[in-house]
Design a protein around this ligand. Structure first.
Ligand SMILES: Nc1ncnc2c1ncn2[C@@H]1O[C@H](COP(=O)(O)OP(=O)(O)OP(=O)(O)O)[C@@H](O)[C@H]1O
Ligand SMILES: [Mg+2]
Length: 246
């Protein structure tokens, strides 16, 4: 058999395919005179391995956009492709699997379970995937070390600082080796110094784990750590600016 090229087709997205491709996205809340047009035709791509910051005033549509890209919400019109998969082709179970296996979420309010230790919180996504317990414990220990919390594994969220809580949340988001991290104002509840440290950690894990990240932030100080900044204003993307080189 010499026609080998005919046998090489696979379902894996080509490396050049962006991690996220969004085109002509619209999302409104409510109807008639009370309707709020949160997104009015948004298009962009997120190249693999990049950290993209999403800025914009309160109400500009950042959370709406992140929820759509993360498969937590569906658009009125437009297309979203994550890691080569058009989200519109996925049913509820497909979206659930995408969120569980391919995307790590990080929120402003951390979202940790208060009765679980740091290690148990990081292990939750692995339990949901029914990972082997030994594999789970090894991965949790590695992730806690990665975020600098190796000595805090047994502490519960109530016994951790805000910055430490967000580090636990970052470790948890990485547990299933996601292709994409989605973070909605991950430093919003932290003081400037702690927020910068958390953003620097995100910057470092994007490099070390080969993950792609889309991060909404109000904080101008953090934008310089991004590979690219997208700005939303009233549901439109207004500029694509290149961050200054370090
Ligand atoms: N569930 C909802 N129902 C009705 N309107 C909503 C809903 N969620 C968001 N909106 C409206 O959509 C617009 C965009 O909101 P969104 O939360 O995406 O903004 P944001 O950029 O994340 O703001 P912030 O910086 O304050 O978090 C706002 O006008 C908001 O009031
Ligand atoms: Mg928001």
């Amino acid at each position: 058999m010499t026609e080998s090229s005919a046998t090489t087709t696979t379902a894996v997205a080509p490396a050049a395919e962006p991690m996220v491709r969004v085109s002509g996205l619209h999302r409104s809340y409510g109807t008639g005179a009370a309707a709020v047009h949160a997104l009015r035709g948004v298009s962009f791509t997120v190249p693999r391995g990049e950290l993209i910051a999403l800025k914009g005033r309160s109400g500009s549509g950042k959370t709406t956009l992140l929820n759509l890209v993360g498969g937590l919400d569906t658009p009125d019109s437009g297309q979203i492709t994550v890691d080569g998969t058009d989200l519109a082709t996925l049913g509820e179970n497909g979206l659930l699997a995408l969120r569980r296996d391919r995307i790590g979420f990080i929120f402003q309010s951390f979202g940790l379970l208060p009765i679980l230790t740091a290690a148990e919180n990081v292990g939750v996504p692995l339990r949901l995937r029914r990972a082997d317990p030994r594999e789970r414990e090894e991965r949790v220990a590695l992730l806690l070390a990665l975020v600098g919390l190796g000595d805090h594994a047994a502490q519960r969220p109530g016994e951790l600082s805000g910055g430490q809580k967000q580090r636990v949340a970052i470790a948890r988001a990485l547990a299933n080796r996601p292709a994409l991290l989605i973070a909605d104002e991950p430093t919003g509840q932290l003081d400037a110094e702690t927020g910068l440290a958390v953003m620097e950690l995100l910057r470092a894990v994007v490099r070390s784990e080969g993950v792609t990240a889309l991060v909404a932030t109000h904080d101008a100080q953090l934008l310089g750590l991004a590979d690219r900044v997208l700005e939303l204003a009233d549901g439109h993307l207004v500029e694509h600016e290149r961050a200054p080189l370090p």
